[in-house]
Design a protein around this ligand. Structure first.
Ligand code: PMV
Length: 331
């Protein structure tokens, strides 16, 4: 696990951060309830060097078009020399697998390194501040995973405290949850969607009279799910995934495509749910022991794009010079 600071480094440089999948509690976490998030071994890598201002992957209007990039430059590079950025990502975009959080974390790590380095705690705050300002809504769960790596709970009891966040209105404490040594399968439905739109729609739904009771149910399921992961109880964790899916459907963010993928995987899994904002995006399933490939094949046959994933224990980190395993940044 990487828990040290990001050291100072000279441009050009490259940084990397993992994508994530949320196992329990998305949406409810925005309202301060518990979540369990897992950094996965699908990385986003950024290369940063002096160059055409605001250029992103060869697009001279990159900073105008990409709010995360623009916000990162405004917050962490004010008055600095002209930069251009190249991104290589194994995480599909707008898919609920944390591509924007990983981009914010990796870019914040690179810019902070070029400005003298940063502690990991401060990097987590910077990455959250960038994502939140660019997106307008949301919790620090995704950026905490991208900076901290591994399994992290938010606002749930037990485990060493890793980060603490506030947006002035709510606060969140991220704590370490041990890895039960399971492989997971995540799968993209092929339907992109907007996190901000889904979060706002769920906010409206939770303002209905049964909203507080629904949030209490989200909390119960997340706490039981986290306890099941801590106890390495796969059967119980699977049941909690299924219960969490029912709640997400109740607040309106499931989708027939997601349900079809979950149904297709069913014979090979102990449980599953949508992951991330929903309304499209991705699912995560917990396979029966040794049936990861079977689950992935069933999902692929039903039209999803599956990835068998393991936890990525390392959060955001520098990866040497910008030339290392990057495409030509001038392309
Ligand atoms: O779909 P993603 O990867 O943007 O995840 C969103 C998770 C939410 O709980 C819905 C919002 C948040 O910021 O926590």
């Amino acid at each position: 696990m990487s828990d040290g600071p990001i050291p100072p480094a000279d441009l050009p440089l490259a940084a990397r951060a993992p994508g994530k999948c949320i196992l329990f509690g998305e949406h409810a976490v925005v309202h301060g309830r518990p979540e369990l998030v897992l950094a996965i071994d699908l990385p986003v890598q950024v290369g940063v060097r002096l160059g055409t201002p605001g250029r992103l992957n060869g697009d001279p209007n990159g900073a105008t078009a990409n709010p995360y990039y623009r916000t990162a430059l405004e917050r962490l590079w004010a008055g600095g020399a002209s930069l251009e950025v190249r991104v290589n990502s194994r995480v599909p975009r707008s898919a609920g697998l944390g591509s924007s959080a990983a981009f914010c974390a990796a870019l914040a790590a690179a810019l902070s390194a070029a400005r003298g380095g940063v502690s990991r705690t401060e990097l987590a705050e910077r990455a959250f501040a960038i994502e939140r300002a660019a997106q307008g809504v949301g919790s620090p769960g995704d950026t905490a995973a991208a900076v901290g790596g591994g399994y992290l709970s938010l606002n749930a009891p037990g485990g060493a405290e890793v980060f603490r966040f506030t947006d002035g209105e709510r606060s969140w404490t991220a704590r370490r949850v041990p890895d039960p040594s399971w492989s997971w399968v995540v799968a993209y439905s092929g339907l992109p969607r907007s996190t901000a739109d889904a979060v706002r729609a769920v906010g409206v739904r939770l303002a209905a009279p049964d909203g507080p009771a629904l949030l209490d149910e989200f909390q119960r399921v997340a706490e039981e799910g986290i306890a099941a992961v801590r106890a390495e109880d796969r059967t119980k964790a699977g049941r909690c995934l299924d219960e969490n899916q029912t709640l997400l459907a109740t607040v309106g963010v499931s989708h027939p495509r997601l349900e079809a993928l979950l149904e297709a995987a069913r014979p090979a899994i102990v449980g599953g749910k949508l992951t991330g904002a929903g309304a499209g995006g991705s699912i995560v399933v917990l396979p029966q022991p040794g049936r990861e490939l079977d689950a992935a094949r069933r999902i692929a046959r039903a039209g999803g794009l599956p990835f068998v994933v393991r936890p990525e224990p390392n959060g955001a980190a520098l990866v040497g010079s910008a030339g290392d395993d990057l495409d030509d940044p001038s392309a």
